[in-house]
Design a protein around this ligand. Structure first.
Ligand code: UDP
Ligand code: MG
Length: 315
């Protein structure tokens, strides 16, 4: 007998991709049920992240004709991570495990069987990992690699080339629900949960329809979010930078004194002005980094709710 599986799919302005996504996922879910990997109570749960197009009316419509389609509508656009969390927290009441995937079906649905096999073998968390990145532009591949390496060096445990295609058991979801942080970076939190984990390799496809909701600016923001949510290394770097510059300035001072006593006048204002600007810039940069952390503390202290659910269609 299979387990109750909920496929959790965050959607933001996905009216173009949704009909095909629902069709493909329904087919796949029926196949999983027929093969005994999932049971009859399994569902697809679409989370409308406050879309401005027809996404919600589509989900609502599908939920009437298709018994496997469920949906929740968030009251506002809260971003992919919060939308995903809203879906996972809703699904955990019914599901024995959830699998999160994107609405554009870039994540290969044929890998779902392997996820469920690993779950049956006793894994609580299964990560979908991209086996290759051929389709990405050189730039995206390079920046992504740089990001993973940098995170690794900062001591943050994240799974290489894993996005948010992952299976989580109910108890892993229970554990996740205890993480109350407002600055949500699930890829960093989930590996901290522990439990038995495994990986499933798949080839990430092109977007089905519509366009990416992660332009470069958002991608950079997301990467910074990841770094500052999981590591205080940048703060330590600042202190080290401070020490290094102080040492250098002692050397500079010695040089100035020696040349003074040897009768050679300290050369003009160039050096003074340059160091003034350089130090001013470095100080501002450091203040900025500290400011980012203070901003995060500000957000966490207020502990505002991460999402509000406006409408629910569960069946
Ligand atoms: N998404 C969301 N809220 C947002 C932005 C994106 O729920 O504010 C969803 C989107 O509908 C998709 C997933 O997050 O299902 C990943 O987004 P996208 O495919 O645009 O990102 P990419 O694959 O290009 O990195
Ligand atoms: Mg995508």
């Amino acid at each position: 007998m299979g387990s109750t599986v909920y496929l959790v799919i965050p959607c933001y302005n996905e009216e173009e991709a949704l009909p095909e996504t629902v069709r493909q996922l329904s087919e796949k879910l029926k196949e999983l049920i027929a093969s005994g990997k999932a049971d009859e109570k399994s569902r697809m749960l679409f989370v409308d992240d406050g879309s401005r197009d027809k996404t919600w009316s589509l989900i609502d419509g599908f939920s009437k004709d298709n018994p496997y389609v469920c949906g929740i509508k968030l009251a506002h656009n809260r971003g992919h991570q919060n939308a995903l969390l809203a879906g996972l927290m809703t699904a955990r009441e019914q599901a024995e495990c959830t699998i999160s995937l994107d609405a554009d079906l870039q994540d290969d649905v044929d890998a779902l069987d392997q996820f469920l096999d690993r779950f049956q073998e006793g894994c609580d968390i299964v990560y979908g990992v991209r086996s290759k990145r051929d389709q990405d532009t050189k730039f995206k591949r390079g920046t992504a690699q740089g990001f993973y390496r940098f995170m690794h060096r900062l001591g943050v445990e994240i799974v290489y080339d894993h996005a948010d295609y992952r299976l989580m058991s109910r108890r892993a979801l229970e554990a996740l629900s205890e993480y109350r942080e407002v600055n949500l970076f699930l890829r960093g939190i989930v590996p901290q949960l522990g439990y038995r984990t495994d990986k499933v390799y798949y080839v990430r496809k092109e977007r089905l329809a519509g366009e990416s909701k992660y332009p470069l600016k958002k991608m950079i923001q997301f990467a910074l979010e990841g770094i500052t949510s999981f590591s205080v290394q940048p703060l330590k770097l600042i202190s080290n930078l401070g020490i290094a510059i102080s040492l250098l300035s002692v050397l500079g001072l010695l040089y100035a004194l020696i040349s003074y006593f040897m009768g050679a006048a300290v050369s003009g204002w160039t050096a003074i002005v340059c160091s003034l600007w350089l130090l001013g810039g470095i100080q501002l940069l450091c203040l900025g980094v500290i400011g980012v952390y203070i901003g995060k503390i500000y957000g966490e202290v207020k502990a505002r709710p991460r999402f509000h659910i406006e409408t629910t269609r569960l069946q």
